[in-house]
Design a protein. Sequence first.
Length: 294
Amino acid sequence: MSLWSDIAIQISTSINNFFDIEKISSISGGCINQAYCIKNSKHSFFVKTNKNVNLHMFESEAMGLQEIQNSCSLRVPTPICWGKNETNSYLVLEYIEMDHITKNGSAALGTGLAEMHQKSFEKFGWIQNNTIGSTEQINDFSLDWINFWRKHRLGYQLQLAKTNGYTGIILKQGEYLMAELKSFFPENPQVASLLHGDLWHGNCSYDLTGHPVLYDPAIYYGDRETDLAMTELFGGFPKTFYAAYNEAYPLDPSYKIRKILYNLYHILNHLNLFGQGYLNQAEDMMMKLSAEIH
């Protein structure tokens, strides 16, 4: 049985209605998975595929989308089903037609994200690991945010960098920063907020009614500033987004230095995924952070 036959059967079971695929269209944009829109006269679905050994990546993504959906804050595509055959794994999601950003839409995103961040948990982490890009993201629960960030975010990426052959400044400065992490926090954060985890502008869009839509999450419960920090990477979000967020859930002024610390995680991840082109940026961020330690 072909992959598409498997998918059609799983969709039919999930929606409790027979679904046959009449058209398959390839969708460009991602660098990790293959993406498609499949449809017939009644239904359309968004499908991601990868090697069958990567089913766990799709399972954790589906669970992450469900967690955000349950917060009733922002729209995400509803997971329909996921599975694998002999060669491929797949994830089927609700297909949402997207439109261009609007001023009202970006403000709604800021307000909705603030609402999502007010959904909290008693510990930092999540019930399972997931992926950030194609890198495993460790989410073992912790009661201490600074220790969580040291071990499962900064320390984990630095160990990958060492394994990938990066030495010198990046490891020396990284070890220093990990030892001095408390210097960046007036007090250890106590609120573990629901986070998207990979919130750059490429993982957000707007539906035909102008409402924001989030996708491709790498969720866990942690310091909400990490999400805000990443929105400032790779082009940033509109000013109306930040104004709406701060009106609903104001940020502490000392966030400005911690955002470099939080974005260092993503730049190190890009270094480990895509190579030396990110080395200077990572080293520059480390030097800026080190200069803030008194």
